[in-house]
Design a protein around this ligand. Structure first.
Ligand SMILES: Cc1cc2nc3c(=O)[nH]c(=O)nc-3n(C[C@H](O)[C@H](O)[C@H](O)COP(=O)(O)OP(=O)(O)OC[C@H]3O[C@@H](n4cnc5c(N)ncnc54)[C@H](O)[C@@H]3O)c2cc1C
Length: 398
């Protein structure tokens, strides 16, 4: 039976785009359907958020020839400093101890998307943009996919449909996927902060009873703030004057970076954890945020999604015949299961453990941080997890 494509990818964000790029090295016929122009994404506030890339993600992006174009705009993180406000426990991870150049890097989301999109434009991939998925029908032999392109409905067929269309995935909604959802009733306030200190290569994770504060090194003496707190409080904090906002932040974050100043506007993002019980169905597979949307506190969402994309490409490319066969999708699901549940559980536990004033929890987290700092094996394991090396990485260098 002939199809228009072997693989149709819905969603050309950072994850779907990376999958398309990885597949462009194979003989597979690939199309990618993306709703927005890149210029549109670049100008929206979400595109400006800083993404902490793990060392493992750098390695994968390097294999896709994407990293080479991000190298100059990526801020290296050479130390990670984790502390708990009002308690002694703290730990510091360093790149030197892990014998790498950096534990990770910070890059603006829109910069990653731009480079990925430029690479796709020069690869052998059909990019249908701006185009929206509106419907699909699966059968034993393939998938008929209906999209809206230039205001007109168009139907394309493929062997396998990949949903990388983000947290509100239409591929997931139209399919028979069971979504588990936990709303944290928390929001993240993000902003760029000018700091007094000239420390440039340290990422700070500070836990407070209201929620965690992450400060990631950005460019030009700026740090990128992700400040998580209960939704009702976030409304109040967003309503504070600039001075009141900074005073509040300084009091909770402390003096690790000296005085703080706001650079530009503040944004809020509602936070939740959602994931599908099973990320494959007949001839359909979900990856990235379409499969699991995490709390941004641990900076793991894109890193996890990129490992999905790399593994899926690896599995597809080692397949000689039908890339949409059950056995192929099963192989992918099995290989990704441990990493996905580990990171989902790790992020969820961190929120529960660190966003509370409960005395027992604060004793546990403090002794945890102290132990982490004193026991090299634990510290190494934590560092490897933070570097995105806790699980098997796909090899894309075919
Ligand atoms: C405040 C904040 C900070 C974060 N920090 C980090 C961090 O430091 N490190 C990290 O690893 N992660 C971080 N994340 C998470 C990270 O941003 C996401 O995990 C990542 O963007 C997911 O990528 P994706 O490609 O799966 O989905 P998306 O980025 O949501 O992309 C989905 C794409 O699909 C397209 N689309 C949607 N519907 C359709 C349709 N019907 N038809 C066609 N196209 C469609 C969209 O236009 C979009 O381009 C953070 C998130 C937030 C909110």
């Amino acid at each position: 039976m002939s199809h228009d494509y072997d693989v149709i990818i819905i969603g050309g964000g950072m994850v779907g785009g990376s999958l398309a790029l990885a597949l462009s090295r194979s003989a597979l016929r690939v199309a990618i359907v993306e709703a927005k122009h890149v210029a549109e994404k670049k100008s929206d506030s979400a595109g400006k958020r800083a993404i902490a890339l793990s060392w493992g993600s750098r390695c994968l992006l390097e294999q896709l020839n994407v990293w080479q174009q991000l190298n100059d705009v990526a801020m290296p993180i050479r130390h990670i400093h984790v502390s708990d406000r009002g308690h002694f426990g703290k730990t510091r991870l360093s790149a030197k101890a892990q014998q790498v150049d950096a534990l990770g890097y910070v890059v603006e989301a829109s910069q990653i998307e731009m480079v990925v999109t430029d690479c796709i434009a020069s690869a052998d991939i059909d990019m249908l943009c701006p185009a929206m998925l509106t419907d699909y029908v699966t059968s034993q032999h393939g998938v008929d996919v209906t999209i809206e392109l230039n205001g007109k409905a168009k139907t394309l067929s493929c062997k396998v449909l990949v949903g990388s269309d983000g947290g509100l995935s239409k591929v997931r909604q139209l399919g028979s996927f069971e979504l588990k959802e936990y709303a944290y009733d928390q929001q993240a306030i993000t902003a760029l902060i000018k700091v007094e200190s000239d420390v440039q290569d340290v990422a700070y994770e500070r836990f407070t009873s209201e929620g965690p504060i992450a400060m990631l090194p950005h460019f030009d003496g700026l740090y990128s703030l992700v400040w998580t707190m209960p939704s009702a409080l976030a409304q109040t904090v967003m309503g504070l004057s600039e001075d009141e906002f900074l005073n509040r932040l300084q009091l909770r974050f402390g003096q690790w970076l000296g005085g703080l100043e706001l650079s530009g506007s503040r944004q809020t993002f509602p936070l939740s954890l959602s994931y599908v019980a099973d990320n494959i169905a007949e001839r359909v597979v979900l990856i990235g945020n379409a499969a699991h949307q995490l709390h941004p506190v641990a900076g793991q969402g894109f890193n996890l999604g990129l490992r999905d994309a790399a593994m899926l490409a690896d599995v597809f490319m080692s397949q000689q015949q039908d890339v949409g066969a059950n056995a192929v999708l099963d192989t992918y699901a099995q290989r990704r299961k441990t990493d996905q549940s580990l990171i989902t559980g790790f992020t969820d536990n961190i929120i529960k453990l660190f966003s509370t004033d409960n005395t027992l929890f604060s004793v546990v987290r403090n002794s945890g941080l102290l132990m982490l700092d004193k026991v090299p094996v634990l510290k190494n394991q934590f560092a490897r997890q933070s570097m995105g090396l806790g699980s098997r990485l796909a090899r894309l260098g075919h």
